[in-house]
Design a protein around this ligand. Structure first.
Ligand code: FO1
Length: 320
């Protein structure tokens, strides 16, 4: 059985995984999920990217929105607002809140996030093994210009949701990453993988944060298996989200070739760009990364499954 490890952020990662499962239903897929987006609100621990993967693969996602629960209501949010209790810019729905209550209770009882995630997944049956990148607390902060002319750091969710990524990001800091350890199972899954995939997730705040946990990047580079990524940038703009804003913070151009160069040939063996970026192929290959141009729009699960097939066949091509 083919063993595939996928480093996933939120919506892009989750939708790619749905296509991958369709492409290779018998594969054993381990997902290493980003937890740098996690936020503590109203005494609850919220893990947006883990939940997006779990709900998407488990059939509970709000399809149009890409995050949160289908058939959601917001009574708790409205009641909190009536008390004047904020923040009011982050929409926690009633159904979603139940997940955060279960998670927080288990964490408070002493269970690590990896065990809690496994427990939550027994309800959703995502059909993959979903592991947080770490059980330790890592919080991505974005440094922006302050009103007084200096700089200030805000939580990633504040930058993304409240500020809509409008202020230029001067730096992106995964606070706590340096001290974090990979969650149980992460390094073993990488060591025994046949292939490692980077979905079209945000290269800075999703895949980049996972790679910032000491040991994960090294394990991938040393695993001796093909590592293939799919560009989240198509035609010079992110397919969705605001990846270009945070790419600027790390000095990387918002092009398919520049993102491949950012990961580098020490990590990536293969890179898929969209057909509109076919002229980027020679540049990526000159950097020592095998590159193909194929359609990369995840318009539906079948189109996404074809992307997953392309990634896996590129992995076979580069296998040494
Ligand atoms: N994104 C928004 O744009 N607005 C929200 O109010 C919001 C709430 C939210 C609640 C739970 C959750 O799991 C995700 C949520 N997201 C929301 C998405 C999230 O901010 C980001 O898209 C991801 O963290 C980036 O991967």
């Amino acid at each position: 059985m083919q063993r595939i490890v996928v480093l996933a952020g939120g919506i892009g990662g989750a939708r790619f995984l749905r296509g991958l499962k369709k492409a290779v239903p018998d594969a054993e897929i381990t997902v290493v999920g980003n937890t740098g987006d996690d936020i503590h609100l109203f005494g609850l621990k919220v893990c947006p990217d883990l939940d997006t993967v779990m709900y998407t693969l488990g059939g509970g996602i709000h399809e149009e929105q890409g995050w949160g629960r289908a058939d959601e209501t917001f009574a708790v949010k409205e009641e909190l607002a009536a008390y004047g209790v904020g923040p009011d810019w982050f929409g926690l729905g009633d159904r979603d809140i139940a997940t955060h209550i279960v998670r927080t209770q288990m964490i408070d009882a002493g269970y690590p996030l990896s065990a809690v995630t496994e427990a939550l997944c027994t309800r959703w049956n995502p059909g993959v093994r979903l592991l947080p990148m770490t059980d330790d607390r890592v919080e991505t902060h974005v440094v922006i210009d302050a009103e007084d002319g200096g700089r200030k750091a805000v939580h990633f969710q504040e930058y993304w949701v409240r500020l809509r990524a409008v202020p230029p990001a001067r730096a992106v800091v995964p606070v706590g990453a340096e001290q974090a350890k990979p969650a149980p199972g992460v390094l073993d899954a990488i060591a025994s993988a046949d292939v490692v995939l980077f979905p079209p997730s945000n290269p800075v705040v999703s895949v980049g944060t996972i790679l910032a946990v000491p040991g994960i990047r090294e394990a991938i580079a040393d695993a001796g298996v093909p590592v293939v990524g799919l560009s989240p940038i198509v035609g010079g703009a992110p397919v969705r989200g605001m990846a270009d804003k945070v790419l600027a913070a790390v000095g990387v151009e918002a092009t398919a070739a520049a993102v491949a160069g950012h990961y580098g040939s020490g990590l990536l063996d293969g890179w898929l760009v969209d057909t509109v970026d076919a002229d980027a192929v020679p540049e990526v290959e000159a950097a020592g990364i095998r590159c193909r141009a194929v359609p990369l729009m995840m318009t539906d699960t079948d189109a996404t499954a074809r992307m997953a097939h392309e990634a896996l066949s590129l992995a076979e091509e580069v296998r040494v």
